[in-house]
Design a protein around this ligand. Structure first.
Ligand SMILES: *Cc1c(COP(=O)(O)O)cnc(C)c1O
Length: 428
């Protein structure tokens, strides 16, 4: 029985990935080494041919990184995982591992702005086309976006910053009807609040920079493979996985690695060639964050729920978006997929509009204005003045960002103290 089958998430957060043997360090060590030693030339040659597993160069694999990836893999319930230098790199690799020039991707329009740019601008330069579709569209409409060259469907469990909840089962059904995998960015809920594989997703990606690190210390990402997608059954669609790889002496990933084909190719080929490796030092810090993820997520959710309720009852507040509120559009989906809460991010607008939003933010004392979201310290951002400031009000609305929208990332402080700060800033 694997650790993931034997133990519950709390135990996995603390202990999965690193099991020291006699006399070894209790705490996961930082293997601060680019390279690894062998006794014979033959031993090293076998590693280069993927005939043995082992470490030879940190761009491909490092023991600290692998231990942390194994922990995230256990939490998600996958068969293999790989750390990347950022969430952006994770999303790029997850798609580029199965898409090449001439291919096409169907993607939820409710995704992180950085991912939207990656797919809409940069991936097109690689010759990979994308069609965006509302995640709330019905199955027939989403299905109609697929083409013979479509290679994946992509969505976010809870979108950043619009906080739309993905109907993962619906998306998985559509993807599988078209013989392609569903890739889900599970950054905001983390596996503590949702495990997309249990609902049919095939690949999960993370920006570990958010709740997983949890302390805003390290940019990082992760790709997890469920091992469930049958690549061989769609061999024509996925030549990269199902036909010989010339850069590994004609090895075929699906035949040699079975359920591990996708994640092995991502590591052995994409990471080798593109090199967006996470530093072992950052992986060490990420692991410290993961050790308390199961304690922090419920506190983020409790605080966010209280603040969302407080804001809903306040006369100066025009609207509040949080899927834990019973009148929220996504409440039914959140009840199904996120019964313990979604995340700590709440968005809202003030009756005074854009000017009042700015005045309110400047009056906050405990809550800070920062670009980051999803760490221990409560922070705010006004997208219309910051991340999206080049856009007109009309363009903002088109992008689903209201000009008065304040994104509040609720931390793990005491909720009364946070509400007091909000209250004094509203009165100001
Ligand atoms: C932040 C974020 C990313 C990008 O991750 P980085 O670590 O900043 O590169 C991707 N997806 C979501 C949902 C995010 O919130």
């Amino acid at each position: 029985m694997s650790m993931a089958e034997k133990f519950k998430p709390e135990t996995l957060c603390v202990q999965a990935g690193w099991t020291p043997k006699k006399g070894e360090p209790r705490v996961l060590p930082i293997y601060q080494s680019t390279t690894f030693k062998y006794e014979t030339s033959e031993q090293m040659a076998r590693l280069f041919d993927l005939e043995d597993s082992g470490y030879f160069y940190t761009r491909l694999q490092n023991p600290t990184n692998d231990a942390v990836a194994a922990k995230i893999c256990a939490l998600e319930g996958g068969v293999g995982a790989m750390l990347t230098s950022s969430g952006q790199a994770a999303n790029f690799y997850a798609v580029f591992n199965i898409c090449e020039a001439g291919d096409h991707l169907v993607c939820s329009s409710a995704i992180y702005g950085g991912t939207y740019n990656l797919f809409d601008v940069t991936m097109r330069k690689f010759g990979i086309d994308v069609t965006f579709v509302s995640p709330d569209a019905d199955e027939a409409e989403i299905s109609s976006k697929f083409r013979p060259n479509t290679k994946a469907l992509f969505g976010e469990t809870v979108s950043n910053p619009s906080l739309e909840v993905l109907d993962i089962e619906k998306f998985a059904r559509i993807a599988h009807q078209h013989g392609v995998p569903l890739i889900v960015d599970n950054t905001f809920p983390t596996p503590i609040n949702c495990r997309p594989f249990e609902w049919g997703a095939d690949i999960v990606v993370h920006s570990t920079s958010k709740y997983m690190d949890g302390h805003a210390t390290c940019i990082g990402g992760c790709i997890v493979d469920s091992g469930n997608f049958d690549w061989e059954a769609q061999a024509d669609k996925y030549p990269g996985l199902c036909t010989p790889d010339a850069s590994y002496h004609g090895l075929t990933y699906s035949k040699t690695f079975g359920k591990m084909a996708y994640i092995t190719k991502a590591t052995a080929q994409l990471m080798r060639d593109l090199g967006s490796t996470q530093s072992p030092q950052n992986a060490f810090l990420l692991n410290l964050g993961l050790e308390t993820l199961h304690l922090r997520m419920p506190q983020h959710c409790r605080n966010a729920q209280r603040i969302a309720e407080y804001l809903s009852d306040n006369e100066q507040v025009a609207w509040v978006n949080y899927s834990g509120l019973p009148d929220n559009k996504y409440y039914p989906l959140a009840q199904k997929y996120l019964p313990h809460g979604s995340c700590g991010v709440v968005s809202f607008g003030l009756k005074g509009g854009r000017e009042e939003s700015i005045r309110f933010m400047d009056a906050l004392k405990l809550i800070a204005i920062v670009t980051h979201v999803a760490d221990a310290r409560t922070c705010v951002l006004h997208p219309a003045s910051h991340t999206h400031r080049q856009m007109t009000d009309e363009q903002l609305l088109e992008a689903g960002v209201r000009p008065d929208l304040i994104r509040l990332s609720v931390g793990i402080e005491n909720a009364d103290d946070l509400i007091q700060d909000i209250e004094q800033a509203l009165k100001g």
